[in-house]
Design a binder for this molecule. Structure first.
Ligand SMILES: [Fe+2]
Length: 237
């Protein structure tokens, strides 16, 4: 995944404002008066709030993107004001804080911001066509496309409480894994290719307690196969 969100700025306030204004105009990043501190940027949603209907409603997206995701980004930036992570990427902060009790809050909020920014890219209105190379890898790894979906669905259902279900690359092998709460595969040396957020805030307004129905609809209608193909080719974590 592209290195994102972290800006380190010093001694260049005018340039920062100019860059911020241009970025805002392009809809790429938020303006941030960040002094010397690292900050995490709320990435723009790559489609309209209502673009995932009828499988994910506009109301869910307004809460999920506009409240929950925005909340993780804001909280992460508040916590990062204490210093110690200047100039670090989100991926680097996750690696530095994973498993360390004194950094639990920073890890949780930075990882949740990373996971959500990744999740938005995993979805695409209409889904699109699966790339031949991706299809081949999935069939070789799971036996068939249907078996892949079944295994992913079972993993999503079995994740107790809040968390994420992922398709990852472990070395050269495709695997389906789940993580709890804010945990993320990049903290465990795994390369994420695709994820579905299975926190209740991702589906409760539309599906109530029917998590499996939500995940099934995502798998059948909203998977951004082009993104998975690009992740397979990318050398980035
Ligand atoms: Fe979420």
């Amino acid at each position: 995944m592209e290195k994102h969100w972290i800006k380190k700025v010093r001694y260049l306030p005018n340039i920062v404002c100019l860059v911020g204004a241009i970025s805002l105009a392009l809809g790429l990043v938020e303006c941030s008066n960040i002094g010397e501190k690292a900050t995490i940027i709320q990435e723009p949603l790559p489609y309209k709030m209502d673009a995932l209907k009828p499988y994910i409603s506009e109301q869910t997206m307004r809460f999920h993107y506009g409240k929950h995701y925005a909340g993780y980004v804001d909280k992460a930036n508040q916590l990062l004001k204490t210093g110690g992570f200047e100039g670090k990427t989100a991926e680097e902060i996750i690696a530095l804080t994973a498993g360390k009790k004194e950094y639990t809050s920073i890890f949780n909020n930075v990882a949740q911001a990373w996971n959500h920014a990744f999740f938005w890219k995993c979805l695409k209105p209409g889904g699109g066509t699966i790339n031949a190379e991706v299809a081949d890898r999935i069939i070789k790894s799971f036996g068939s496309f249907d078996k892949f979906k079944q295994k992913f669905l079972e993993a999503a259902k079995s994740r107790f409480g809040s968390g994420w279900t992922w398709l990852v690359l472990d070395g050269d092998k495709l695997k389906i894994v789940t993580t709890g709460n804010a945990d993320t595969p990049i903290a465990h040396g795994l390369k994420p290719l695709f994820t579905v957020d299975v926190w209740e805030h991702a589906y409760y307004l539309d599906y109530q307690n029917r998590r499996a129905d939500y995940v099934r609809q995502v798998l059948n209608h909203l998977v951004n196969w082009d993104f998975i193909a690009s992740r397979l080719k990318s050398k980035q974590a």
